[in-house]
Design a protein around this ligand. Structure first.
Ligand code: BES
Ligand code: MN
Ligand code: MN
Length: 462
């Protein structure tokens, strides 16, 4: 460790409690992007970040209104000759529902066993805010190694639709050498990793209509199609007994990995027994012929995210419902195209419907799959940063989740992304009792600082 690194780490160490307190203040703001009831809170979170960017030393921080929630942009340009790192993150969070399954209120953060419990603690407020604190640590110790730009959005959890427009309209402003994102996970604190692949997404809602009104299930039952029964049959037929998706053309563009690539992927530490134990399941489930790491990392899948219709109140009501609904997502891998898969699904799903019902399919958001490079200077800088801070070379992994903007950064700005995440699967993102370890939060800040230093150094000798 050189003198400047020691000074920065001392700064982080002596400001640790304040860094935690500020994150807790941010977590108190219920910035749920999906629910219009929280619109003002989403705007409040954007303003909070703008103020914190300025306080951390940004020359400029602005709120950009969009057709949806605002984008926060900030920058500090110290020397046009130096490389520029553009940090992307999101300040919106998933809905906290169901509230009754939380052990403490989702927007009243609680620290227990060295962890911060709150919606967004890890995804992505905790992980995004590490970058603002790393930035502050560097500006305060006069050790900023790269120019810095921040683009923090409020619509990631609802598909980043308006961000695409913002990126297209602000290409010069966003000009950089690399995009840096902390919004993924590592294998474990003993096995740090860098995400090199994300799945894409196609998300749709379906509505099946039977009779024009809810009917008495005795008077009409057996003689009129029940749309809930029909919807279940249609959904069941979307996968065969081997776990293959039956939509014609679905696999046509799926990139098959070579034997070597599969072997490399399966070398990552993975303990099936603790995986099952953590989820309290007796058996795993999935596409035949693939391991769990392959099933989530490099194979596409289809899942029902929600299904409803008929009577779900207390007691029993005898009703043959008029309508049934479901929200269905497909996770995609290279080189599947989100729009094309949405189209294939829609055609196939409609063709499945018997004449006794009518079917409506409405697409929601989507996103393209992304693979990032491991032979870039940015990847090497991230790898070195982990080595220095965690004492281990990080393992490249392919994650199952999606961050739609990553593919867009490549196609719109021609920029590569480094996915330097610090979350753990056990942080329970999107679930009740989401949390983030204070160790990861602080260690992550140190690792981010090291990334900037290695990136500047490696760029110089390029
Ligand atoms: N941070 C996650 C994505 C993620 C989590 C990637 C863990 C890798 C590991 C992100 O906030 C997210 O939840 N994305 C959504 C996509 C979106 C279009 C709703 C997702 O994956 O469901
Ligand atoms: Mn996220
Ligand atoms: Mn998320």
């Amino acid at each position: 460790m050189n003198k400047s690194e020691m000074e920065i780490n001392n700064f982080i160490d002596s400001n640790k409690q304040r860094f935690i307190d500020e994150l807790i203040d941010l977590l108190r703001i219920p910035s749920v992007s999906a629910d219009s009831k929280f619109k003002d809170d989403v705007a409040k979170a954007a303003n909070f970040l703008k103020d914190k960017l300025l306080a951390a030393g940004a020359d400029l921080a602005e709120i950009h209104e969009t057709a949806g929630h605002p984008v926060v942009y900030g920058e500090k340009i110290i020397d046009p000759q130096l490389p520029t790192v553009l940090v992307y993150g999101h300040y919106d969070v998933q809905p906290a529902d169901p509230y009754e399954l939380w052990d403490s209120p989702p927007f009243d953060p609680l620290i227990k066993d060295e962890r911060i419990y709150a919606r967004g603690a890890c995804d992505d407020k905790g992980q995004m805010y590490m970058h603002i604190k790393a930035f502050e640590a560097m500006t305060s110790t006069n050790s900023l190694a790269c120019n810095m730009k921040f683009m923090i959005e409020g619509e990631e959890e609802v598909g980043s639709d308006n961000l695409e427009h913002f990126v297209r309209e602000n290409k010069d402003k966003l000009n950089a050498d690399v995009i840096l994102i902390s919004d993924t996970s590592i294998i474990s604190n003993d096995n740090p990793s860098i995400t090199v692949g994300l799945r894409g997404l196609s998300y749709l809602e379906v509505e099946v209509t039977g009779p024009n009104r809810d009917l008495h299930s005795g008077v009409y039952g057996g003689a009129v199609a029940n749309p809930i029964n029909t919807l279940c049959e249609m959904i069941s037929s979307l996968k065969d007994e081997n776990g293959h998706i039956t939509i014609p053309g679905f696999y046509d563009k799926v990139e098959e990995l070579t034997k070597d690539e599969r072997n490399a992927l399966n070398e990552a530490p993975f303990d099936l027994a603790s995986y099952k134990k953590e989820l309290d399941i007796d058996q795993i489930h999935g596409e035949d012929g693939y391991t769990t790491l392959e099933r989530v990392g490099v194979r596409p899948t289809l899942d029902v995210n929600g299904i409803w219709g008929g009577y779900i109140g207390e007691g029993a009501k005898t009703v043959l419902p008029s309508k049934a609904h479901a929200k269905i997502s497909m996770r995609l891998v290279p080189n599947q195209d989100s729009e094309e898969i949405t189209k294939l699904f829609t055609e196939h799903f409609k063709s499945l419907a018997p004449e006794s019902v009518k079917v409506k399919v409405t697409p929601h958001h989507g996103g393209q799959p992304a693979v990032t490079k491991t032979d870039s200077i940015a990847y090497k800088a991230a790898s070195k940063a982990f080595e220095d801070a965690w004492g281990k070379t990080p393992i490249p992994t392919r994650d199952g989740g999606s961050i739609p903007i990553v593919a867009m950064f490549k196609s719109e700005l021609g920029l590569n992304t480094v996915l330097m995440g610090f979350g753990l699967d056990s942080d329970a993102i999107h679930s009740p009792n989401e949390s983030y370890g204070i160790f990861n939060y602080i260690k992550g800040i140190e690792t981010i600082v090291l990334f900037h230093q290695h990136f500047a150094r490696l760029k110089k000798i390029e």
